[in-house]
Design a protein around this ligand. Structure first.
Ligand SMILES: Cc1ncc(C[n+]2csc(CCOP(=O)(O)OP(=O)(O)O)c2C)c(N)n1
Ligand SMILES: CC(=O)[C@@H](O)[C@H](O)COP(=O)(O)O
Ligand SMILES: [Mg+2]
Length: 625
């Protein structure tokens, strides 16, 4: 049947009784495909019927389906003519793992970060009203994404809408790991209320039939702030806010879903459809371990086991340091924004549950919460991916740095991340943190240094960030482990003429550049591990004046506002006589693909960097002539 679906709305030609079989076919296809490419398996398996039902009821691309986070949009992609693209899912030049307007006119809002869909939906509705157009707007948000603050700002705003706006709450009782918080408990209550749906309807009908008294009683019960109201009107919280609540609906029952969406479409005003789905549905290993199959690498379909071995990552190192730290320092607490396994806090949480806080997808709250933990005498370690920490820019500035509080930021996924692409790269943190007064920033060259830096940061006093990349931790340069001193770099090799001054992950690259410079230019370049991005090692730079003619800075961050610019500004202020060549990322978004592909795209190879240095000398030669 899948072959019959080549373009949007082809699904409408499939006989209704064959839709469940189509759902199974889509599941098999997704499992088979992702076993080779990797991807967000569990979330996608959960929304197959939901997506089919929406594609039956809505008319694409006229109607707008807005997927929150967008990691669950694979069936949507398949139903809009992109099935063949799955061979190259998330690979260089292939289709993205998230909705992309550049990929299809059925993708109407680019996503990757959580909790934006309701805001985007309200924006589309207001545009439709202003332009007097006629299309449906549907925002599909998960129960995890509904823990994000933006979702509440948007719900608050959505309540004032007078025309149709559908919010589909895809509730699978899971964020990446177990969902947390009050809203999650509230949704659990609604799920249980579903058992009363029949009873609720019967009571209402029966009461309504009592002439004179019944309808009044129903009305009175509706207005009563009592538990019975919860049974009579499930979704009371949403209803009280001004949104109509419909549900809960079985998210794997296509006819029921279709009927519900047809009803919702006719409604005037904002309406929330509460859909219950199962993460990993139809694939035993994913149903048993939804968190492991949230974002999975290639796996064996029969066993569900990952294909290939992986070496220890920086996240593993952080996990071990934190476990030990928890023992050593009873004042240390950890904070995660719904990324307990992603950032490596699971073991800490198992050992010290009282000191590990998962606040939901709420990076802004996580940071302000940590600021107050610090004021209350706790040493908080806030572990957040670099790109998600962007959300908390103002909280870091206003609540942490301005009060000069001791909050440790453990910034994972700092650098190019590969397959998730532009939404997830952690390549701006050195710029956005670097501009904040009081902030100290470190980046480790290898796994041992990450451990030392986290310990240094915990023992420090003031806002401090340690940033490290996704994936395998570098295990070279083990012999270089001098104690960390505030603002001091580490000289790995003293050379002549050129000094390579590298930040974190770029030290490994600089080692290779150094070798190639020897071979290509017979140059013995110095190799320095910057260690601190802020404050920079001013004394070392001054000492360079006598020895080097060129300082090459290397960082996995955009150039604007980064480490290289800080070094260059200092060299200019102090009138230091060496040239500064900045190797940093360009001022553009870098699409998905493997990290090595992305590195090549931006000239982050030893060959390219040597080429830049040769070019510098070629230009110098011309100037001198
Ligand atoms: C701002 C931000 N923080 C964290 C994440 C990482 N993240 C991606 S999906 C997800 C869980 C989403 O849960 P839910 O919305 O319920 O979707 P499900 O996976 O259950 O389908 C998280 C925490 C993100 N994408 N954006
Ligand atoms: C969709 C999302 O934001 C996460 O699932 C993210 O893809 C996880 O990335 P890692 O694989 O680097 O943990
Ligand atoms: Mg969920």
């Amino acid at each position: 049947m899948l072959e019959k679906i080549q373009k949007p709305n082809d699904i409408k030609k499939i006989p209704a009784d064959q839709l469940p079989a189509l759902a199974e076919e889509i599941r098999e296809f997704i499992i088979e495909s992702l076993s080779k490419t990797g991807g967000h398996l569990a979330s996608n398996l959960g929304v197959v019927e939901l997506t089919i039902a929406m594609h039956r009821v809505f008319d694409l691309p006229k109607d707008k389906l807005i997927w929150d986070v967008g990691h669950q949009s694979y069936t949507h992609k398949i139903l809009t003519g992109r099935k063949d693209g799955f061979e190259t899912l998330r690979r260089e030049g292939g289709i993205s793992g998230f909705p992309k307007r550049s990929e299809s006119d059925c993708d109407v809002f680019d996503t990757g970060h959580s909790s934006t869909s309701i805001s985007a939906g309200v924006g589309y509705v207001r545009a439709r009203e202003l332009k007097k157009e006629n299309y449906s707007v549907v925002s599909i948000i998960g129960d995890g994404a509904l823990t994000g603050g933006m979702a509440y700002e948007a719900l608050n705003n959505a309540a004032s809408l007078k025309s149709n706006f559908i919010i589909v709450l895809n509730d699978n009782e899971m964020s990446i790991t177990e969902n947390v918080g009050g809203m999650s408990s509230y949704l659990s209550g609604l799920r249980t209320a579903s058992a009363y749906t029949g009873f609720k309807m019967d009571v209402t009908k029966a009461l309504n039939r009592i002439p004179g008294i019944g309808p009044g009683m129903v009305d009175a019960m509706r207005k009563t702030k009592s538990s019975i109201k919860q049974i009579i009107i499930p979704g009371m919280l949403f209803e009280d806010m001004g949104l109509t609540y419909l549900g809960p609906v079985d998210g794997h029952n296509i006819p029921q879903l279709i009927k519900t969406f047809q009803e919702a479409k006719r409604f005037e005003g904002p309406i929330l459809v509460h859909v219950l789905t199962q993460k990993g549905r139809g694939y035993e290993p994913a149903m048993r371990h939804p968190a492991r199959f949230h974002g999975a690498g290639p796996f064996d379909v029969k066993t569900g086991l990952p294909v290939g071995k992986s070496n220890p990552t920086y996240t593993d190192v952080f996990s071990t340091v934190m476990r030990k730290m928890g023992d050593r320092r009873k004042d240390v607490a950890a904070v995660t924004a719904a990324m307990m396994t992603g950032v490596g806090l699971k073991r800490f949480s198992n050992m010290f549950p009282d000191r590990c806080f998962d606040v939901g997808i709420a990076e802004e709250h996580a940071v302000t919460f940590a600021a107050a933990l610090s004021l209350g005498g706790i040493t908080p370690v806030v572990a957040i991916y670099s790109s998600f920490l962007q959300r908390a820019y103002d909280q870091i500035m206003h609540d942490v740095c301005m009060q000069n509080l001791h909050v440790v930021f453990a910034i994972d996924r700092a650098g190019l991340v590969g397959y998730d692409g532009e939404t997830h790269h952690g390549i701006f943190d050195l710029s956005y943190l670097g501009s904040m007064p009081n902030m100290t920033i470190l980046a480790p060259k290898n796994l041992w240094e990450l451990s030392d830096m986290i310990k240094f940061a915990v023992d420090y006093d003031g806002p401090i960030a340690v940033r490290y990349p996704r994936g395998e931790a570098y295990a070279g340069l083990k012999e270089f482990r001098a104690p960390i001193c505030l603002g001091k770099s580490e000289v790995i090799h003293e050379g002549s003429r050129v000094a390579l001054l590298a930040v974190g992950s770029m030290v490994k690259m600089a080692e290779e550049v150094q070798k190639q410079l020897k071979e290509r230019m017979d140059m013995d370049a110095a190799l320095v591990n910057a260690r601190f991005v802020k404050p920079i090692d001013e004394e070392l730079l001054r000492s360079f004046a006598d020895t080097y003619e060129l300082v090459v800075t290397l960082e996995e961050n955009v150039k604007d506002g980064g480490f290289g610019e800080r070094v260059l500004a200092f060299a200019e202020e102090e009138d230091l006589p060496f040239g500064v060549e900045i190797i940093a990322l360009p001022d553009r978004f870098i699409p998905h693909g493997s990290v090595s592909y992305q590195m090549k795209q931006v000239g982050f190879t030893p060959e390219d960097i040597c080429g830049r240095i040769e070019e510098y000398y070629r230009k110098q030669g011309q100037e001198e002539r």
